[in-house]
Design a protein around this ligand. Structure first.
Ligand code: PLP
Length: 404
């Protein structure tokens, strides 16, 4: 046994116990909210989900997929929250996509089946943890984009005597992860196919360059070019003798484009449950400037904590409460004409076109620029029906950078 195999094997057995213990318990995904808790009494800043809009989004996507006869395996990178994953599964999802090993572990611990790890992992520790999940009875699949990843996965799987399902990850234009489509992908599949513990189920193709393309026609063209490469590659794999049934891809911006492409079997949509400013500005199918297929359901609730100046007020949500790393800024919900500007780690400044500003102590909600990294700043989501906090949803898998 070489050192790599030994390490993978050690990791496998130690994590396996933890994995099977957690899967047996099926962590309670939602917590009940204290009686009488309302938006007016929540400490701010707080991350709030409007259940009416959230449920409408969950159902709309599920209905669309049912009508289009395509599956969906929503992406948990958006929410990192088993309570939400359970609702997506109840709406008919085939499983849940994850971006990190801790996300996959959190979903497995909550009893979610059909977990797909979409991101490449190329170190024995992380691969050992995925194999441990499978050994503990979790239903997991990995997107594999390199020979190195295939080899490490095969070694860990062999050491644990467990079979692993894999998708060949394709780079269909965003130049981020995966093998190039066509012959290079077939070559990678042949390498994967030589490992008897690895079983190819199909391909994964996420076209990140298409999802936020502004303007529906341009988005349609970009996504079609990308996803047709993936569909062709799936056919090439089938011709080469692989049991390639799955083509997993798509996004909130392209759900109604990709679901019409022959060969696409499931959508990896993430942001549709929450929406954000970045997505709202991509434009809708009917030419509207605002993409309104899904409703904004996620906001950061803030309080005006300073009104010293006549021309601006300060809210208690700065860069620690609202991710502002993308091109767009937070947008106030239910208040027109307000502009948010960054005012440091703890604060944001509000100015008004019409001159009307909120008063000291007023509470305002902001649609976030980009939902995934904003959620990553919080431990919990407050699920609200109207003013009432109905449940607390733990964000179970916040980014884990280093944990040996
Ligand atoms: C691998 C993968 N699949 C799917 C998505 C789609 O997510 P969204 O619907 O939020 O654009 C993403 C987003 O970054 C992704 O990285």
């Amino acid at each position: 046994m070489d050192r790599r195999t030994f390490l993978a094997g050690t990791m496998t057995s130690s994590v396996m116990a933890a994995a099977s213990a957690t899967t047996a318990v099926h962590a309670s995904a939602a917590e009940s909210a204290p009686a009488g808790l309302t938006k007016a009494t929540l400490p701010t800043p707080a991350l709030v989900v409007d259940l009416e809009a959230f449920e409408a989004n969950v159902n709309k996507l599920a209905d669309h997929c049912r009508e289009a006869k395509v599956g969906f395996r929503p992406h948990a990178k958006t929410h990192k929250c088993p309570a939400i994953a359970q609702r997506q599964m109840a709406a008919g999802a085939k499983g849940i996509c994850t971006a990190t090993v801790p996300e996959a572990e959190a979903m497995a611990a909550a009893g979610i089946r059909g977990i797909l790890l979409c991101s490449p992992i190329v170190d024995a520790g992380k691969i050992g943890r995925m194999v441990a999940l499978a050994s503990g009875g979790a239903d997991v699949m990995l997107a594999v984009g390199s020979e190195r990843q295939a080899k490490l996965l095969a070694e860990a799987a062999e050491a644990a005597r467990v079979d692993m399902a894999v998708l060949v990850d394709l780079d269909v234009g965003d130049r981020r992860t995966g093998s190039l489509p066509g012959e290079p992908a077939v070559e990678l599949a042949k390498i994967i196919g030589r490992f008897k513990r690895l079983h190819i189920q199909g391909v994964q193709a996420y076209a990140g360059h298409a999802s936020h393309t502004v303007g529906f026609e341009k988005r349609l063209e970009t996504s079609r070019i990308a996803m047709l490469k993936a569909a062709e590659t799936k056919l090439l794999l089938q011709k080469a003798g692989f049991d390639a049934k799955i083509l997993s891809g798509g996004s909130t911006g392209t759900y109604n484009i990709d679901s019409a492409i022959d060969g696409v079997t499931e959508l990896q949509v993430g942001s549709y449950i929450f929406m954000d400013v970045d997505y709202r500005r991509i434009g809708g199918k009917d030419g509207q400037a605002i993409y309104s297929d899904f409703r904004p359901s996620l906001t950061v609730l803030t309080t005006v904590v300073n009104a010293t100046h006549a021309d601006r007020v300060t809210v208690d949500a700065g860069t620690k409460a609202l991710d502002t790393t993308t091109a767009n800024l937070p947008q106030a919900k239910d208040w027109s004409g307000l502009t948010y500007t960054k005012a440091g780690d703890e604060f944001g400044a509000l100015t008004s076109e019409g001159g009307k500003l909120p008063a000291l102590g007023d509470r305002l909600e902001f649609i976030v620029p980009h939902c995934d990294p904003s959620v990553n700043l919080y431990d919990r989501l407050y699920a609200c029906r109207g003013e009432k906090v109905e449940a607390i949803w733990p964000v179970a898998a916040r980014r884990e950078f280093a944990k040996a």
